[in-house]
Design a protein around this ligand. Structure first.
Ligand SMILES: [Zn+2]
Length: 146
């Protein structure tokens, strides 16, 4: 695998997980994507050499990032529009393979209603990229391609 590099931006939240060698480690090509987007703050990436990063199930290969933006926690239609904006970014939107968000695919759920029929600029369906997953009420999770 590629050697990981540190994300050195100051726009971070949470602790830095020094017990696993720091949480700043990403693939160089992934860091390029992370640094491109404005208005986001970042939590965990991967630890120094990749590998298990409890309590996460993932975050083990330098492709994952936990992030947050003002308004995320509402997980409403406005939140959905912001995420769709990231995915429609002309430079790097297509590099975001998956966004995990806690929401219900149920009629009347404002977040779901705002993404369910959206086709992204690159032809993907927003609902295929923005996936519901527990544990993401206060941050989203990106899987970024190399
Ligand atoms: Zn995560």
């Amino acid at each position: 695998m590629q050697k990981l590099v540190r994300y050195t931006g100051a726009n971070r939240y949470g602790g830095r997980d020094e017990g696993v060698g720091g949480d700043d480690w990403v693939k160089p090509s992934v860091r390029t994507v992370i640094e491109h987007f404005a208005g986001l703050t970042w939590g965990d990436f991967s630890n120094m050499n990749g590998g298990p990063f409890p309590p996460h199930q993932t975050h083990n290969d330098g492709n994952d990032a936990d992030g947050w933006f003002n308004g995320y926690n509402a997980r409403d239609a406005a939140t959905a529009q912001t995420i769709i904006g990231h995915l429609n970014d002309a430079t790097y939107g297509s590099r975001i393979l998956t966004v995990y968000v806690t929401y219900q695919q149920a009629n009347g759920n404002a977040f779901w209603e705002a993404i369910r029929n959206v086709t992204l600029n690159d032809g993907r369906q927003a609902r295929d990229v923005i996936r519901p997953l527990g544990g993401h009420t206060t941050h989203f999770h990106w899987i970024v391609s190399e």
